[in-house]
Write a protein that binds this ligand. Structure first.
Ligand code: SF4
Length: 312
């Protein structure tokens, strides 16, 4: 890890400070809030999957769409998925649109979910299915297989065509292609990390130490500012590089810091450049290269000007 000023200890302290930020204000801007509404773990798991897969683009625009969708899903998203048939709630799905996703993409997702939940009691059962030897690559191999299970069925009962529409291919990305798989990793963070008011702690058979950071533009930018990321391409390797840096600080739970990192950006507090009123309050300002420069500049400007006769 190539930490900025303050070294690894400085980074550790700064991240610990950021991780202690109050979570409630951020949770209101996070799609995981929908999963928290359900008492049943099976419903939480399905709600988390839907919320994470749709988490693309501006979160403020997304939340009302999710609100409307979860109204349709009713008190049990899992039961809805199990009972879903292609013609159910057609009016809602025909009018649904969120960024590149249409209601048809969601109807295909529910078809796949229905088949998966009939075969596996939980999504965790699917993820931890045997066949992957322990080792550093197991987590990714499991994720590739897990995502592949959502591309098994013929979508023609929904679309009349055998090929998946582009929106569905984007909704259910294929992690074997080398992308960062941000939304899959976000889902895994929510269901695997211990319950902390944001993450749900639902899965007990996946080790939090294996998780990979859900790399998006915000986490990528802040990780660069903090010296956690060198790789420029925002792909799986970059996500792993950031995770490896966080693992040096907390080997058992490296994603403990992810919520704070992502929300420094998502909540529009961090602009990636010096904004005095934001950066002065920022928990990681003394580690961030922009923050350190800005604070040093302000300190120099505030220092008393030396006057008077040092020389006779
Ligand atoms: S100091 Fe400013 S630029 Fe750096 S992470 Fe904080 S808010 Fe962002």
């Amino acid at each position: 890890m190539r930490a900025n000023g303050g070294g690894p200890e400085g980074l550790r302290e700064a991240l610990e400070r950021a991780a202690r930020l109050p979570r409630e204000p951020f949770l209101r801007n996070d799609p995981v809030q929908f999963a928290h509404r359900y008492p049943d773990p099976g419903d939480r798991e399905v709600a988390a999957l839907i919320g994470a897969l749709l988490a693309f683009g501006n979160v403020r625009a997304l939340l009302p769409k999710l609100e409307a969708l979860f109204q349709i899903l009713g008190p049990s998203p899992r039961r809805y998925a199990l009972e879903q048939l292609p013609w159910r709630d057609l009016g809602f799905f025909r009018s649904f649109r969120s960024r590149v996703y249409t209601g048809d993409d969601l109807r295909i997702l529910f078809l796949q979910l229905r088949a998966i939940l009939r075969e596996h009691a939980t999504l965790e059962d699917l993820f931890v299915a045997p066949g992957f030897p322990p080792g550093p690559e197991r987590h990714r191999m499991r994720l590739v297989a897990f995502a592949g299970a959502f591309r098994r069925l013929d979508p023609s009962p929904v679309t009349g065509r055998r090929a998946y529409p582009p929106g569905y291919r984007h909704l259910v990305t294929d992690p074997s292609r080398g992308g960062a798989s941000k939304r899959w990793n976000l889902f895994l963070r929510w269901v695997v990390r211990p319950s902390d008011g944001v993450d749900l702690g639902l899965w007990r058979r996946v080790d939090p130490a294996d998780l990979v950071v859900p790399l998006d533009v915000h986490v990528g930018r802040i990780s660069g500012l903090l010296g956690l990321r060198r790789r420029r391409t925002p792909d799986w390797e970059a996500a792993r590089e950031i995770t490896d840096g966080l693992r040096e600080i907390d080997p058992r739970d490296p994603l403990r810091f992810d919520f704070a990192l992502s929300h420094l950006g998502i909540s529009e507090r961090c602009r990636g450049r010096w904004v005095g009123e934001v950066c002065r309050e920022c928990a990681v300002a003394r580690i961030c290269r922009v923050g350190r420069r800005g604070l040093a500049r302000e300190a120099r400007a505030a220092a008393p000007v030396r006057t008077g006769g040092g020389r006779a």
